[in-house]
Write a protein that binds this ligand. Structure first.
Ligand SMILES: Nc1nc2c(ncn2[C@@H]2O[C@H](COP(=O)(O)OP(=O)(O)OP(=O)(O)O)[C@@H](O)[C@H]2O)c(=O)[nH]1
Ligand SMILES: [Mg+2]
Length: 175
């Protein structure tokens, strides 16, 4: 008999252009299914989440969802029905930190006790802040990992997913 497949839904969020689609694309076995189109020669994202899928093994499937860009008014957005959460920031873009904090507060509220990691993305930029400094500036609680990534090359991406899976395991052991 075929074993039951567990599907875990992972929600990826973060300020405009921090690397959400690139992150999802890197992980997903068929790339990102996006709803981007072009308007006035500029990329434009419709109000539907990017989607991807990662088969971890024969029993575990990750469904990956990322919020599309600022065309979405996230004040009406509900994301409390996911199994794990990834919050990203462009480590070299301080003018996006207020937006990060607003999104992160909503995510903390929505996640309950589900696994969560913060990705300090774009660490390859010359003026990127170190994850330890970002933790202080962005007031990330001590029990949430802030992990360095260069999503455009894939560096740190797998490690972030492993950290999320480890949190599941720890939770299962506690339960
Ligand atoms: N230098 C550098 N650039 C990156 C990195 N990750 C993503 N980018 C670039 O950042 C830009 C934005 O990446 P996206 O993945 O579209 O970001 P996004 O968060 O999905 O953007 P929106 O959906 O429009 O909010 C692209 O040009 C990426 O190639 C990284 O680690 N380092
Ligand atoms: Mg995107």
């Amino acid at each position: 008999m075929r074993e039951q497949v567990s599907i875990f839904k992972v929600y990826i969020d973060g300020p405009f252009s921090c690397g959400k689609t690139a992150f999802l694309s890197y992980l997903s076995e068929f790339g990102a299914v996006t709803t981007e189109s072009v308007e006035n020669d500029e990329p434009f994202t419709l109000k539907v989440a990017d989607f991807g899928r990662l088969t971890v093994d024969e029993n575990i499937l990750l469904y990956l969802f990322a919020r599309p860009n600022l065309s979405v008014d996230y004040s009406h957005h509900s994301f409390d029905n996911f199994d794990a959460y990834v919050m990203m920031v462009d480590s070299a873009k301080p003018d996006s930190f207020d937006e990060f904090k607003a999104l992160f507060d909503m995510m903390l509220w929505a996640r309950g006790d589900c696994p969560i990691v913060v990705i300090a993305n774009k660490q390859n930029k010359p003026n990127a802040l170190h994850p330890d400094d970002l933790r202080i500036i962005l007031r990330i609680p001590d029990d949430i990992s802030v992990l360095p990534c260069v999503t455009s090359t894939g560096e740190g991406v797998a490690g972030a997913m492993i950290a999320l899976c480890e949190q599941y395991r720890t939770r299962l052991e506690i339960d």
